[in-house]
Structures are given as C-alpha cells and as structure tokens.
Write a protein that binds this ligand. Structure first.
Ligand SMILES: *Cc1c(COP(=O)(O)O)cnc(C)c1O
Length: 346
C-alpha cells in the first residue's frame, strides 16, 4: 500500500485517485457555502448534498459520511445485528481494507468468498454459503458487492441476477460503490440503473470525482435514520460539514462526465505499456481508471527512475496505476516514456 511520499505533491501521482486536490473553482464553492450545525440537521449545504445524492441514486434518503470506510461500516451496522453474517468478496474493501470494523464494532461475522476474475461473486457459490436457519449458525443477512471491483465493471445482466438472487434468499443487498460513477460513465447508463438494483449504496466523492473529503450512503429513509444514529456513535457527526459538502456538490455537478477522460487515459497507458512484456498488461482488460502491472523486485529502482520523469508510482511489486482528474494526457505520455526507457536499459 502507498506510503508517505512528500515529493508526491509536485509529481503526477498515479498511486490512487484519492490524491486529487480541490481546484480553485471547487474551493470557491466551499468558501461560498451557507453553513449550519449538521448534527442539528441545520447545515443547508449538507442537506442539499444528501438530497442530491438520494435523487441521483434513486433512493429516499442519503447520509454524508467522513469516508467510504465509515459509510460502508454504517451500512453493515444498519443492515445486520450482532450474530448476523454478511457475504462478501475475499479482497473486497469492506472485508479486507476497513480494519475489520463490522466484526469489531458490530459483532457481524463476515463470510468472505473469492471474487471471480470478472469481479463478481459466483451466485451458485454464494448459495452454498448461505447458512440454514439453525441455531448452530450465524444468520446470513446481507450480500455485499463492489462496483467497480479493482477497476472492473459488473455487468448489468449479472447485477439483475444478483438482485433476484438476494430477493429469493431474503438477503439485504448492499453495494460498495466507491467508484460506481466510473462504472455508470463507462457503461453509459444513468447511475440509477445500477444503484436502483441495490437496497443501499455507498459512493465515494473523494476519489475520481475530486472532492477532498467524504462519501454518501444512500438508501430507504428508515435505514438512513438508523445509519445516522450509528454515525453519531462512531464520532462522525460533523458540525459545519457543509464546507466539505459544498466540494462534493461541486464534484457531482462538474466531475462525473469527465471520468471518461480518466478511462481513456488508463486505456492509452495500458496500450503504451503493453509492449513491455514482463509487465503483463492487457489493454483489453482495462475497463475504467485502474490498471495493474507486475513489476517484481525492480519496483524501487523503477519508482526512483519515474520520479525523474515527474511521475509518482506506488512501491508495490504488483503495481496498481490509477488515473484521475489531476492526471493529464501529457502525464500519461511521460509515464509511457519513463517505463520504456527503464525497461530498455534494464
Ligand atoms: C476507497 C474505497 C473505499 C473507501 O475508502 P475511504 O478511503 O475510507 O474513503 C471503499 N471501497 C472501495 C472499493 C474503495 O476503493
């Protein structure tokens, strides 16, 4: 995972789409936002963001959260009781990258299953792991998917099958939609077509959409009311949070359609690097803004080399490269050149 890189501020940073910084226009929207105490429900800008997020995702209500981790945690706590179970991908963010919060704070048992190569969970496998109604077992309560999953888009056909599956088995259905806007833009569908298939959805505004802080959890009104109580309990009741929510509104108004540029940049990068055989990059696998390369133990030398080209990459042997709104087409060309020079010399 990414470490501290103090130089990254002046480099084009391909480590993650979380590194984007607010533009002047976004900051000016923040400066102008009317504010109030959101714990009293009186911050007009937070209220406006929540209404907007609910409307966009086709849900009755939404809740502004400090992070995607918090938003997913509140969802799990609101869907499941102590002793319940949720089914989730082995490498899903909610299971692997959120410090075990649902187990620690909710006594919710995860049932992780391997993702298929296309980012789905095989529903026949899921069926085998749903526990019978028997007091030996935890109660299987919820199915959780991720879209995009490692940059991969779950097909609409699969999502419809999964919705029907959840209904058949009486499971709640949550989407970790950290990058669901990327999926919707790449498929050229209204985001509602995706989110409408789930009971609840968490969307990150601080990734490719470019807001500095925050995610939204969207769902039915009574569900969001429960999540609001949990949010207070875990310390996420923020007061004049409208100063942050204003950036999120700006992001939703201005930065959704342009995700297509990030996808084009990722594709171009994959094409440019695909000639370097040992990286094992297949451009046809790149569906949104994320690609993976196998670098191995040359990674430190490569990362040092790339800094000379003005590019910051993660120091991970299985390297993830992520495009976002602070990465230009020129940065992509510099990255390709830097990699080519490195591997020619090597
Ligand atoms: C980034 C991410 C989250 C939430 O991350 P935060 O850093 O807590 O905002 C959740 N799920 C996925 C798939 C993510 O990539």
């Amino acid at each position: 995972m990414s470490g501290k890189n103090m130089k990254a501020n002046s480099l084009a940073d391909l480590r993650s789409d979380t590194v984007t910084r607010p533009t002047l226009e976004m900051k000016s929207a923040m400066m102008d936002a009317p504010l109030g105490d959101d714990v009293y429900g009186e911050d007009p800008t937070v209220n406006r963001l929540e209404e907007k997020a609910a409307h966009l995702t086709g849900k009755k209500a939404a809740l502004y959260c400090s992070s995607g981790t918090q938003s997913n945690l509140l969802a799990l706590l609101s869907h499941c009781q102590r002793g319940d179970e949720y089914i989730v991908g082995q490498t899903a963010h909610t299971y692997r990258y959120e410090a075990g919060g649902a187990a620690v704070l909710g006594s919710i048992q995860p049932q992780p299953l391997d993702f298929e190569p296309d980012g789905t969970l095989d529903l026949s496998k899921v069926a085998r792991f749903i526990k019978p109604d028997d007091y030996h077992f935890a109660k299987t309560r919820l199915l959780c998917l991720e879209n995009t999953q490692g940059g991969k888009i779950l097909s609409m056909g699969y999502l419809k099958q999964a919705r029907a599956f959840a209904d058949t088995h009486g499971l709640g259905f949550h989407l970790d939609g950290a990058r669901v806007f990327n999926a919707a833009v790449a498929l050229n569908v209204d985001i509602k077509e995706i989110t409408g298939l789930f009971d609840t959805v968490s969307c990150c505004l601080s990734k490719g959409l470019g807001a500095p802080v925050g995610s939204v959890l969207c769902g039915p009104a009574d569900f969001i009311a429960r999540a609001r109580r949990w949010r207070k309990m875990v310390g996420g009741g923020m007061r004049q949070a409208g100063i942050l929510a204003a950036a999120c509104i700006y992001a939703l108004d201005n930065n959704v359609d342009r995700l297509a540029e990030d996808h084009a940049n990722a594709k171009r990068l994959a094409e440019g690097l695909s000639g370097i055989e040992e990286l094992n990059i297949h451009p046809e696998d790149v569906q949104t803004n994320i690609l993976f390369a196998t670098v191995g133990d040359k990674i430190d030398a490569l990362a040092d080399h790339m800094e000379k080209y003005g590019i910051c990459i993660d120091r991970a042997q299985h390297l993830r490269l992520v495009t976002h709104l602070d990465i230009t087409a020129e940065d992509i060309e510099n990255t390709i050149q830097g990699f080519r020079d490195f591997y020619q010399k090597a």
